[in-house]
Design a protein around this ligand. Sequence first.
Ligand code: 5GP
Ligand code: ZN
Length: 112
Amino acid sequence: MDCLFCSIVDKVIPSNIIYEDDLLLSFTDINPQAPIHFLIIPKKHIKSLDTMENDDLELISHIFKVIPKLAKQQGIEGGYRVVNNCGKNGGQTVDHLHFHVLGNREMLWPPG
Ligand code: 5GP
Ligand code: ZN
């Protein structure tokens, strides 16, 4: 399967990895939208939130357990934003489930 983030998981495509365990990989975004901007992805290929199965829910809770730890470890202060873009209208450009974590600037609301 031709998937950019699977290639990053397989380390065929290099990335700046900030965290890795059996289930997850986290790396900095190549086009950061905040002073700190990293992505966290399941190693398993899941296309989007829309194609998740019940068995994947544990993965999601693990992701959300890790996010605050990484936010702190990466030096985010004063809060942060977690974003999942799902599907075309959600702004998803890479079809492998991922969560953005953005910090160290004040975020706007509503998002564009
Ligand atoms: P999406 O728009 O699908 O929510 O987010 C995809 C994100 O992946 C974008 O923020 C984009 O900058 C990032 N991205 C795309 N290609 C690469 C890459 O090769 N390496 C890294 N580290 N990030 C990438
Ligand atoms: Zn993939």
